[in-house]
Design a protein around this ligand. Structure first.
Ligand code: FRU
Length: 508
C-alpha cells in the first residue's frame, strides 16, 4: 500500500512533469504565438482557399491553396490534410504541384463511383480533382486566356495524384477570370455539372465524363454584389421540410459587409441546366470580415458541410504570423430556413466539434447587468465555446480581454437590431488600415428569444446567433491570449442559461 505522503509526492512530481510538458510546447510547431488550436492551419507557410474537399473511405480530405516556400502567396500548389472526424487534421504531402500549364488554382473533387472518366482501374474508384490551371506566362504576355480547367486523379485514397494527359479539359474562351470549378453529380440528368466563376457571373457546364464539357447557361451578371471579381462558387441543394431549395455560393473579392472579400449566396431553383434566383436581395454567408472562398464537402449525402478560409484578401499576407499564414473556419453545417417569404441560409459548427469539449461550467438565470464570468468560472486558458440563451433579447456586450487591456467586444445592439464584433482594441492591428474595426450583422430572426454560440480560439472568434441565422467571423492578434470574459447589459436583464466549455487543442 502506498502511504499518503508517497501518494502526494507522486502527484506533485506528475503535476510538475505535466507543467513542464505544457511549458515546453510553447513556441513549438502548432504552439507558436497566435497559432489556432481548434482550427486547421498549415504546418508551415502560406495557405488560402480550401480546395477539393471530399469525403471518401471514412476520411475527410481537405486540400488547400498553398505556397510551401514562403509565408506569402506565390506559385500555387494544392496542400493536403486528412481527418477522420473533421476536427483533428493530419497534414499530408503536397498533392498537386505547378506544371507547364501553370499554377494550380482552386477547384473541387468528386468520387467518380461509376468510373465515367475511365480513370478507374482494377475496380478502384477514382477520386477526380477538377482545378484551374493559371498560366502566368500567358498572363504576362497580356493575353486574356490564361485560366483553364484541368483534371487529376488518384487511385490510392488521395495519396498520389496523376494529372490527366489531355489537360486542359475546358479551354478559355477569352475571359480573364475563368476559374474555381466546383463539380457535382446531377442525378436527375445523370451528368456532371460544373459551376464556374467567370469574371462577373457564374457559368454552368455539363459533362457525361468530366472530360468533355458543354456550356449550359449563365447566371448573375445582373444579380448580387459586383464590387469585386466573382470567385469560388458552389452549388448544392438543401432540404426544407421535404422541399428542395438550391443554394449558389459566390465569393466576391471586394465589397463584403465587413470590408474586403466575402461570400454571398443566392437561393432558388436549378433544373440541371439553369439557376433561377428566388429573390434579388444580396445575402452573405457570414457578416464578419474573415470567411472567404468557402465551399462544401463532396460526397456527404444530404449533409452539407462548409469550410471557409478565415482571412481576407485586404490583409491576408500582412497578418502578424511568421511560421504559417492563415487558418480555416470551423467546419459548419449548412441549413436553409424561411423568414417571411425569404430563404435564408443557416450555418452552425458541426457537432463533431463536441469531441474537444472539457467540463462545462453552467449558470442559470444570470443577471447580466455586469457579470464577471471569469470571477465565477476562472480564467480561460485556451479555446472555449460559450453558449447563451435568454427568454427575451436585449442589448448586451460580451468582452473578452487579456491583462494588457486588449479586448474584443461582441454582442447584440437592440436599437439597430444587429449583432456585432468589435476588434478595434484587440491587439496588433497596425499591419493594415481598417483592420481595427467594428463589424455588424443584421438580426434576421424575429424570435423574442436569444440563442447564441461563440467559438473562441487564440486568434479568432466565430459567432452563431439564432441557431446560425446570423453568423460572424473575426480574427485578431493580441499580445497574450484572451483569458477574461465579462458580460454587461444596460437593459438589466437575466439570461436563462450560460454555458462555458473549454475545448481541447487539436494538436495534442
Ligand atoms: C480566391 C482565389 C481564387 C483562386 C485562388 C488563387 O481566394 O483568388 O479565385 O483560384 O484564390 O490562389
Amino acid at each position: 500500500m502506498m502511504t499518503k505522503l508517497k501518494y502526494l509526492l507522486l502527484f506533485a512530481v506528475l503535476t510538475a512533469c505535466s507543467n513542464a510538458i505544457k511549458q515546453g510546447k510553447e513556441g513549438t510547431t502548432y504552439h507558436e504565438k497566435h497559432r489556432p488550436q481548434i482550427h486547421f492551419s498549415p504546418k508551415a507557410n502560406w495557405m488560402n482557399d480550401p480546395n477539393g474537399m471530399v469525403y471518401f473511405n471514412n476520411q475527410y480530405h481537405l486540400f488547400f491553396q498553398h505556397y510551401p516556400d514562403s509565408n506569402v502567396w506565390g506559385p500555387m500548389h494544392w496542400g493536403h490534410a486528412t481527418s477522420k472526424d473533421l476536427i483533428h487534421w493530419e497534414q499530408q504531402p503536397i498533392a498537386l504541384y505547378p506544371d507547364s500549364l501553370g499554377y494550380i488554382y482552386s477547384g473541387s473533387e468528386v468520387v467518380d463511383s461509376n468510373n465515367t472518366s475511365g480513370f478507374g482501374k482494377d475496380g478502384k474508384i477514382p477520386l477526380v480533382a477538377i482545378f484551374t490551371h493559371h498560366d502566368t506566362l500567358i498572363q504576362n504576355a497580356g493575353r486574356d486566356d490564361y485560366e483553364k480547367q484541368s483534371l487529376a486523379y488518384s487511385l490510392d485514397d488521395g495519396k498520389t495524384w496523376t494529372k490527366y494527359e489531355n489537360n486542359p479539359v475546358l479551354r478559355n474562351p477569352g475571359i480573364r477570370d475563368f476559374r474555381d470549378p466546383k463539380v457535382m453529380w446531377f442525378e436527375a440528368g445523370k451528368k456532371w455539372v460544373m459551376t464556374l466563376a467567370t469574371k462577373d457571373r457564374i457559368t454552368f457546364y455539363g459533362s457525361p465524363d468530366l472530360k468533355n464539357w458543354t456550356k449550359e447557361s449563365e447566371f448573375g451578371q445582373q444579380e448580387g454584389s459586383h464590387e469585386g471579381v466573382w470567385e469560388c462558387p458552389d452549388l448544392f441543394s438543401l432540404d426544407y421540410n421535404g422541399e428542395q431549395v438550391w443554394v449558389l455560393l459566390v465569393s466576391v473579392s471586394s465589397g463584403g459587409p465587413g470590408g474586403g472579400s466575402a461570400t454571398q449566396y443566392f437561393t432558388g431553383q436549378f433544373d440541371g441546366n439553369k439557376f433561377t434566383a428566388s429573390d434579388k436581395e444580396i445575402k452573405w454567408v457570414d457578416y464578419g470580415p474573415d470567411n472567404y472562398a468557402g465551399i462544401t464537402w463532396s460526397n456527404t449525402g444530404k449533409r452539407k458541410i462548409f469550410l471557409g478560409w478565415m482571412s481576407n484578401w485586404h490583409y491576408a499576407t500582412l497578418v502578424p504570423t511568421q511560421q504559417w499564414r492563415s487558418a480555416n473556419t470551423i467546419p459548419r453545417e449548412l441549413g436553409i430556413t424561411k423568414a417571411g417569404d425569404k430563404w435564408l441560409l443557416t450555418a452552425q459548427p458541426v457537432t463533431e466539434l463536441d469531441v474537444l469539449e472539457g467540463k462545462t461550467v453552467r449558470a442559470i438565470n444570470v443577471d447580466v447587468t455586469d457579470y464577471d464570468l471569469t470571477g465565477k468560472a476562472g480564467k480561460v486558458s485556451g479555446p472555449v465555446k460559450l453558449h447563451l440563451t435568454a427568454d427575451k433579447i436585449e442589448s448586451f456586450a460580451i468582452t473578452i480581454s487579456n491583462d494588457s487591456a486588449q479586448k474584443v467586444v461582441m454582442g447584440y445592439d437592440k436599437e439597430n437590431n444587429q449583432f456585432y464584433i468589435d476588434r478595434t482594441q484587440s491587439g496588433k492591428a497596425d499591419f493594415q488600415d481598417g483592420f481595427a474595426a467594428k463589424h455588424t450583422a443584421p438580426r434576421f430572426s424575429n424570435s423574442p428569444e436569444l440563442d447564441m454560440t461563440i467559438v473562441l480560439d487564440n486568434a479568432s472568434v466565430e459567432l452563431f446567433a439564432d441557431k446560425g441565422l446570423s453568423v460572424m467571423t473575426d480574427i485578431f492578434f493580441p499580445d497574450q491570449v484572451f483569458s477574461n470574459i465579462r458580460i454587461q447589459s444596460p437593459a438589466h436583464f437575466s439570461m436563462k442559461s450560460l454555458q462555458l466549455t473549454p475545448l481541447k487543442s487539436i494538436w495534442e
